[in-house]
Design a protein around this ligand. Sequence first.
Ligand code: FUC
Length: 775
Amino acid sequence: MRIFILALLTVLCVACQQKPAPADRLQLLFHHPAQAWEETIPLGNGRIGMMPDGGIHQENIVLNDITLWSGGPQQADNPEAYKSVGQIQSLLLEGKNDEAEMLVNKNFVCIGRGSGFGNGANDPYGCFQLLGNLTVDFKFPSGLQPDQYERSLDLETATAKTVFSLDGVQYTRTYFTSFGDDVGVIKYSTDGDLLPELKISMNRPEHATIHTEGDELILTGQLPDGTGENGMKFESRVKVKLSGGKLNIIGNELVISGAKEVLMYVATGTDFRENNYTDGNRRLLDKALATGFEEQKNKHIHSYQSLFSRVSVKIGKSNDRDTLSTPARLSGFFNDPARDPAMAVLYYQYGRYLSISSTRPGLLPPNLQGLWAHRIQTPWNGDYHLNINAQMNHWALEAGNLSELHKPFIEMIKTLAESGKETARAYYNAPGWVVYMLTNIWGYSSPGEQASWGASTASGWLCNHLWEHYQFTQDTAYLKEIYPVLQEAARFYQHTMIREPEHGWLVTAPSVSPENAFIMANGKRANVVMGPTIDNQIVRELYNNVLEAARITGIKDSFQDTLRQHINQLPPPVVVGEDGRVMEWLKPYEEAEPRHRHISHLYGLYPAPFISPVTTPEWAAAAKKTLEMRGDEGTGWSKAWKILFWARLQDGNHALELFRQLLKPVADTSINMSGGGGTYPNLFCAHPPFQIDGNFGGAAGIGEMLLQSHAGFIHLLPALPDSWGEGEVKGMKARGNYTVDFTWKDGKVTDYKITGKAGQKVKLLVNGKPEEKQL
Ligand code: FUC
C-alpha cells in the first residue's frame, strides 16, 4: 500500500511538473485581519471606495465617495496683488530675493485662509474626507480563534475575499465595488449550517446622523462649507438580501439572525453636481437587489476587465513569491529584489488597478489619496497638489493603455483654465490663465498661503497633460478643443515674463523651484527667484506644443508669431553649473537642503523630453550627477520620480534600486518630509503618510523601464535591470497611438509586434539598433 501511494505521488508530481507554470498571481494576501487602515484592502469603482478590515468578530469597512468634500467655492485671489508685482520683480532684478519674498508673503499670496495650511476641513477650501464606517458585528462565541485565515484582493477581478474557519466551519466574505451597478456589494456565506447573528451599523465621527427607513440603514449628513453655512450633503444607504433567517430593525441597526447567506448592498451619493442623490441611491439599490449575485459579479468583472486586461506583463519568475503574504513578499523583495523580479509586475498592475478604481470618465481625478481616506482631516486636505503630486497620479495611464482615465484630470484642467483667468488678472493684470500649486474640487486657482511652497505656477505643467493625451491618442478633434487652453496658458506666461539682465532671457518672476530653498550671500534663506529652471523648461515645452498644435490643426493666429520670437529668448532648458550638475536656479545658489525631495530642475528629463542620453549626452551626464548628489533617499513620490529619471537615463539597475527603496516596508503614518518613503502592508505608498502618487509614479517607472517613446522612436527595453532577464509585454501604448507587444530573453528582445494605423512608418530602437517598420 505504501509503495502504491508513493508511486501515485510520484506520478502526480511528474504530472504537475508537466503542466504549464500557472501565471503569477496578481493578488494581495494577508493571514490576519488588518490591524491598521494601511493594511486594509482598497476597493473602488471610480466613485465609491470600500476598505474592509476583515475583522472576525467585528468587521469595519471604511466607505468613501470621491466627490465628498467640505468647503465650497471661494474667492481667494488678492485683487490688489498686481499692484505689487512690479516692485517684487524689481527687488528680484536687484538680487534682493529675501525682500522680494517678504513682499510676496505680504501681497502676493492668497487672501483668507487659503488651503488652511493643509488643514482646511473647516475652511472654505475644504477637505476630502471619509464618508463613514460600516460596521458588522458577528455573534461568534467569544474567544474562538480561527484555524485558518486568509484575506485577499484579486487584481484580475477587482474582488476581495476573507475566508476563515472557526471550530471547523468555514466562513467566506466576498466584496466588490461594482463597476456594473455602481454599488458596493458584500456577501457573507458559510459552508456550515448558518451564519451567526450579525448586526450592521454605521457611524461617522461628525456631521452625520444614522437612521433606518423600512429595512434600509441610512447615514446622512452635511459638511461645513467653511463660511459658517452648510456645505455638501451626502448619504449612504445599506440594504440587505437574505437567504433564510430574518431581519430585525433594532434601534439604528439591522440585526440578522438565522441566515444562511447575507448580501449587503451599499449605495453612496452626494449633492456634488447631483441634486437627486437620494433618489439616485434608491434606484441603484433597487436595480442591484433585482440582479442575482453571480450575474452582478460577472457584470462587474467584465466591465473592470475591459480596462484592466488590455495590458499584460511578465517579468522573470516570481519563484513562488506570489504565494507569500503581501507583507512577507514586500520585505523579501526589499532584501533581495533579484529573487522576485515579478514583484514589479504586481506593483505595475496594482497601479493600473488603483487608477481604474479611483477615477472614471465624467467624474473626478484621483486625489492625493486616490479615493480612499479614513479621517475627517485628510493629510494636506487630500487635495490636488499641482507641483508634482496630481501630475504623477496620471503618469502611468497613457502607456498603460488607460488613456480615458486621463480625461477627468483633463476636464479639471479645463475648468481651472476658467477660474485661472481671474487669478491672472488679480496677480498680474494679465490675460490668459494661471493656476498655482494646489487645487480642490471647487476650482481653487490662487497661490498658496506662503511663498516658499505656494508661489509656483502649475498651469504650464498641466498643459503637459493636455499634450501627452494627444501624443498618445493622435485625436485631432481633441487637439482642436484644447488648443485655446494651451494658447491662453502660453499667453499668460508670454505677457508676464521679464528680461533677466545677465543674458537677456525672458523668465518668470516671482516664482520658486518647488519647495526648495537656497542660502543668499547675506546668509538668509529664500525661495523666491526669477526663472527657476523648471519654469524655463515648462514654458519652452508649452510654447513648442502650442506651435506644434497649431501646425497639426491648421489653426492660425498672430499670437503664434509672438511665440516664435519669444521662444528663442527663453533660457536653454539646461544650464550646467561649474560642479557639473543641472542648475536649479539661474544663479549658482547654495542649496539649503542639498538632498531635497523635489528634483524639479530635472523636469526636462521626465516628464519633458529635453534631456536624453542619445540627443543631449552632456545634459544627461549633468542630470546623472544631479541625481547622485541628491541621493536615493526621499519621500515615496520622490523615490518614484527617481525611478523615472534613471529609466530615462537608461540605467535599469539604478532604476530597480530606487524601486526597491520605494518598496521599503513602512509602518509609520505620521508626516515625514524627508527620508521616510516606502510602502505600507497593503502596498499603498508611504510618503509617509499614505499618498497615492508614489504608487502611480512607481507604476509609470516600471512602464518606462520597459518601453519609451518620447524621443521620436519606440525604444524597447530602454532600462532593463540585469535581474529582469526574460519577460513579455502585451498591450502597452506608445506615442503615435501604437500598441506594442514584445518578448525578451537574456536581456534581448526576441520578438515584437507594433499595431497602429495601416500605412504608418514607425521608428524603433531594438537591441541597440534603429529599425523602421511600415504598418
Ligand atoms: C508637496 C510635497 C510634499 C507632499 C505634499 C502633498 O508639497 O512637497 O512632500 O507630497 O505635496
